[in-house]
Design a binder for this molecule. Structure first.
Ligand code: FDA
Length: 307
């Protein structure tokens, strides 16, 4: 019940101002956000990779309103990639981007987002790593998949995300499960209408397994984005049945969530990538994390009230 309310609040400017200014917010935000800038996140990347983990880095931000903000988002990624260059981590540190932050929702936004993301993908390739396009709300996906296809012409390793809660995703998975493709499957984190998405958790989980099967049996590289213990063991079983070796798929989890599990899976020999978000425009990302687990909201409310 609470999840949809929190997701609705994630689009409200009034709530954004209220929550951003509330005392106690920072303490909770810090659990999910790895810092404000590159200087904060680089030591976290080094530490994670030193512990046998891999990372995908997200400069938080979305719903920008001017082309200048979109260019600033591009530059933030370019600054990050320039810093990663010296670390020589290759694909151990890749990037995740939201096309809305690159201007996708502005006038002429499809072209603008493509023009902004292309240099990021090029710079990532120059240091031997890749970029994955995150999936946002369902109205943005045709544009995201078209940009993904365009980028893959020059950079076939560019990844994308598909969301199990959408009815369309099984078809998308079949199209994407081709040689050389990198596809992250997640449950889906946005508020979507019943006309396009399953609303029931059980239905979403069943769809996740069906889609995962398509990816595992296909020729691409599946990236399993979930903290759900049941789905993780099902993934391991499906990978085994599909005859995949440990380096022919990977697990991905979010920074700050089930961190013991990151280490446990890596110790078992799995490739485990931690989605590490940082930056100052954390509101939308943070609210989606609250919506995923109502207990987070209680913790958040308590930390505000005790400040
Ligand atoms: P589920 O929500 O059932 O959680 C399983 C268990 O994990 C919970 O019982 C709890 O223990 C723990 N958990 C999960 N979320 C938690 C939280 N916020 N706080 C504390 N504990 C939590 N979505 C999207 O629409 N587009 C995208 O591009 C991405 N990208 C992405 C990348 C990666 C690496 C991950 C892991 C997830 C995403 N997501 C996403 C988010 C995804 O759609 C989904 O909302 C979350 O992963 C939560 O779903 P789970 O599969 O973890 O299961």
């Amino acid at each position: 019940m609470l999840g949809p309310v929190i997701l609705a609040a994630s689009r409200s400017d009034r709530m954004r101002r209220f929550i951003s200014a509330a005392p106690g917010t920072k303490q909770v935000v810090d659990r999910f956000i790895a810092g404000e800038g590159v200087d904060d996140v680089v030591p976290i990347v080094v530490d994670a990779c030193g512990r046998g983990l891999e990372v995908t880095l997200d400069v938080v931000g979305e719903d920008i309103t001017t082309p200048e903000q979109a260019a600033a988002a591009r530059d933030a990624y370019l600054e990050l990639i320039a810093r990663l260059k010296d670390l020589g981590l290759g694909t151990k540190a890749e990037m995740s981007v939201k096309l809305s932050m690159f201007g996708q929702a502005l006038e002429g936004g499809h072209e603008l987002a493509l023009a902004n993301v292309r240099p990021v993908v090029e710079a990532a390739a120059e240091i031997g790593t890749t970029v994955t396009l995150d999936a946002e709300d369902h109205t943005t996906l045709d544009s995201m998949f078209a940009i993904h296809e365009e980028l893959r012409k020059g950079f076939p390793q560019t990844g994308c995300v598909i969301q199990a809660y959408l009815f369309r995703t099984e078809d998308d998975a079949r199209r994407l499960a081709a040689a050389g493709s990198r596809v992250r499957i997640v449950k889906g984190a946005y508020k979507e209408p019943a006309s396009v998405a399953y609303q029931d958790k059980g239905e979403i989980d069943k769809a996740y397994v069906r889609i995962l099967k398509v990816l595992m049996e296909g020729d691409g590289y599946p990236m399993i984005g979930s903290h759900d213990p049941r789905l993780i063991s099902i993934s391991q079983e499906l990978a085994r049945r599909a005859g995949r070796k440990l380096d022919e798929y990977e697990f991905q989890m979010l920074y700050g969530i089930r961190s013991d599990e990151h280490v446990r899976l890596a110790a078992e020999g799995h490739r485990m990538r931690v989605y590490t978000a940082y930056g100052t425009d954390w509101y939308g990302y943070f609210m989606r994390r609250l919506a995923e687990k109502p207990a987070n909201l209680l913790f958040f409310a308590r930390s505000i009230l005790t400040k």
